[in-house]
Design a protein. Structure first.
Length: 95
């Protein structure tokens, strides 16, 4: 069985106050991690929460029913929508 090793090619550098560095070092030591590993794990955890908050929509049962019923309903092209589509065709030159 072949194992693949991923190399770490990218870097992020940051400047911080000495007191902040001491806090990070202390926290990392409690976790038994290097400061780099602690910062990376903390940042990734926060990034995942931020992405979930901005990309995931949670609906209750009633709102979910309304949402999917609207998606399933046939589209009606009223004059305002037709005008917007015509304007889009005139403004957008590349597709």
């Amino acid at each position: 069985m072949r194992s693949t090793t991923q190399t770490k090619d990218d870097r992020i550098n940051l400047r911080l106050k000495h007191q902040a560095k001491l806090v990070l070092e202390r926290a990392a030591s409690f976790e038994g991690q290097t400061v780099s590993k602690f910062i990376l794990n903390s940042a990734l955890s926060r990034a995942e929460k931020t992405i979930k908050k901005n990309e995931v929509m949670i609906l209750n049962a009633q709102d979910s029913d309304v949402f999917f019923n609207v998606l399933a309903a046939p589209v009606t092209f009223n004059n305002t929508l037709m005008d917007a589509l015509r304007e889009h065709e005139q403004r957008v030159t590349s597709k």
